[in-house]
Design a protein around this ligand. Sequence first.
Ligand SMILES: [Zn+2]
Ligand SMILES: [Zn+2]
Length: 151
Amino acid sequence: MSLDESIAVPAFAEFRFPHPAHAELNLKRVDRGLQIDGAVAVDVAGECVRCLEDVTVPIEIDVDERFDPPGTTNDPLGENNVLSGTNLDVSDLVRQLVTSALPFGLVCNEECRGLCTTCGRSKNPGGGCDCPATEGNHGESQVENPAFEDP
Ligand SMILES: [Zn+2]
Ligand SMILES: [Zn+2]
């Protein structure tokens, strides 16, 4: 049995999901449990942890999960009741997969230079900070220990 579904994911912590997650899953019955393979794709929206700009990051989750009926061991999501009896709650499963795959923080770009400690604006190109370039070159915003000087 295969599924191709869109599943709305509620906001979680500081993360929002502007579109429903797209889940393509293959369900196979094994022994008394269920093997689920496939992929879940979703866009995660939030603030860049460095510059606080709104950012949307696509994430893709490979799914390779085995569910055993409640009461058996070896069931990582057993407490969450994803598999109750023989019915699989796909929406619940997808929400759990998405929330467990979230990054610790979003960044708009790996190169993001964050906010200027002088003017509070973004130091990225076009970000509004026009403080003299020398400010950052001596590491004032990066190094908090005043004893650390250039040799
Ligand atoms: Zn950023
Ligand atoms: Zn600045």
